[in-house]
Ligand binder design. Structure first.
Ligand SMILES: [Mn+2]
Length: 360
């Protein structure tokens, strides 16, 4: 495995590349051009500037998270072919700069959702929380407003105020769409881009829906082992693979993450992994805990052991962490502080080292 760290880009992230480089074992960053609207081709000069800025700091950039999918593609709307063409142009330009993996998601309209961005824990840290009842009783507009107010420094990807103005129109477009139509639209996209990905040697890695529960009446299709299997079967080429996100899949209490890693990992279909923990407060509510197993509800040893046993050679990054130390008084990007994720990265590498040594 290769340990990486998510970085939101110059001017978009309070954490510097110089700081990331000092985390033990860190090989590179996972990044994006956050301001590029979905459906547009990324200009090559922007990609070059991003690439040059990162490698100048002694870090690699092999994974993009994300190149977003335009709603026309998810909806099978008339404009989808043009957006797919632009997606392919972006892939070709990224390949020129050594990008080997692209993470994306198929969540309708909204990206991730949480009830709290800065929920205070007894130890004085704060973290993101998901309370099902809270989400069930709030409108998307009110939630977007809450995010904008709570996190006044950075726009939340997927919750940009401009996008929210058209939220009801966007939600209405999914009314009456069947699961089968949604899968057919995904297959149409995959059949167009996967042959290109194979030629360019780019691994496409779909991220599961977060949270893995229907919200605001929207269909959520990539949320379980069976869904992941179905998605991979839509196009059986190995370049059609997964971002195995333990926190997203694990927010369904019944999910057996190590078994999923063993199944899909053995087939070479996991290209990228987000490894984080969460702590269930009851059957549906959780907060995002430190990575260390005793702090949360997921067993990180079992998870890393499964990756090790299937000889996982892809990219791993620690995922959402808490805000700790002097970050509790600043407003960084929720879930993406420096310290707790750095602790997580080193902890995961410690597990990896010990698991490997145990096999000698
Ligand atoms: Mn994730």
């Amino acid at each position: 495995m290769k340990m990486t760290f998510r970085w939101f880009g110059a001017g978009q992230d309070p954490i510097s590349l110089a700081e990331i480089r000092q985390i033990p074992g860190m090989t590179g960053v996972v990044t994006s051009l956050l301001d590029m609207p979905a459906g547009e081709a990324w200009p090559e000069e922007r990609i070059k500037a991003m690439y040059d800025g990162i490698v100048a700091h002694g870090l690699e950039v092999e994974v993009i998270e994300s190149v977003n999918i335009h709603e026309d593609i998810k909806l099978g709307a008339p404009g989808r072919d043009e957006k797919i063409e632009n997606y392919i142009i972006t892939m070709e330009r990224l390949a020129k700069y050594g990008i080997k993996c692209i993470c994306y998601n198929m969540m309708p309209v909204l990206d991730w959702a949480r009830s709290h961005l800065y929920y205070n824990l007894p130890d004085g840290s704060n973290t993101m929380r998901y309370q099902a009842e809270f989400i069930a009783n709030i409108t998307p507009e009110a939630l977007a407003e809450r995010y904008a107010k709570e996190s006044d420094t950075y726009e939340m990807p997927g919750w940009e105020p401009e996008r929210m103005k058209k939220i009801n129109e966007a939600l209405a477009a999914y009314e009456g769409m069947t699961t089968e139509t949604f899968y057919a639209n995904m297959k149409y996209f995959l059949d167009a881009i996967i042959p290109v990905a194979e030629k360019l040697d780019i691994k496409m890695a779909v991220h599961p829906d977060d949270p893995p529960l229907p919200i605001f009446g929207l269909p959520k299709l990539i949320i379980s082992r069976d869904n992941l299997r179905k998605y991979l079967d839509l196009n059986s080429n190995k370049n059609n693979g997964l971002t195995l996100c333990t926190g997203s899949l694990g927010a369904k209490k019944c999910a057996d993450i190590p078994t999923m890693i063993r199944e899909f990992g053995a087939e070479g279909r996991i290209h990228f992994a987000h490894v984080r923990n969460l702590k269930f407060e009851n059957d549906t509510d959780f907060y995002e805990s430190a990575h260390f197993s005793p702090c949360g509800s997921l067993n990180m040893y079992d998870i890393m052991k499964a990756f090790h046993d299937v000889n996982f050679t892809g990219w791993i990054r620690p995922d959402h962490g808490r805000m700790i130390w002097d970050e509790t008084t600043k407003k960084g990007r929720p879930g993406y502080g420096l310290y707790d994720r750095a602790l997580g990265a080193v902890y995961l590498q410690g597990l990896w080292e010990a698991i490997g040594r145990g096999k000698e």
